[in-house]
Design a protein. Structure first.
Ligand code: FES
Length: 108
């Protein structure tokens, strides 16, 4: 189920851009996080754990890693703190915990 976007909210959106989610084109707006664009287009699930449990937007500030997806070929990208760009490719991800490569500050 897609969460969609709220119409008539009175806020001005950024320029419309096209991104690709799981191989299909989707609309997004500059200034919008990848997580927001994916949830508006595809629903709330952003990744699945190795046990196939759905995970989605939780902290919204880059701490919990529940929103990680593969963005422009880079796995473990925190989509709540990554902003859309024209032509960006995004894919759902299964498994994989945060790694040092995705966030060296975590150190594991
Ligand atoms: S929602 Fe927690 S890191 Fe993105």
């Amino acid at each position: 189920m897609s969460a969609g976007r709220v119409p008539g909210h009175g806020l001005e959106r950024g320029r419309r851009v096209e991104i690709v989610i799981d191989g299909r084109p989707a609309e997004a707006y500059e200034g919008e996080s990848v997580a927001a664009a994916v949830m508006a287009d595809r629903g709330l699930g952003l990744r699945r754990t190795e046990n196939k449990d759905a995970r989605g937007y939780y902290c919204g500030m880059g701490v919990c890693f529940d929103c990680v997806m593969v963005v422009d070929g880079v796995p473990q990208t925190r989509t709540c703190v990554t902003f859309v760009r024209e032509g960006m490719t995004v894919a759902h991800q299964e498994g994989a915990e945060p790694t040092a490569a995705s966030d060296p500050a975590r150190g594991h």
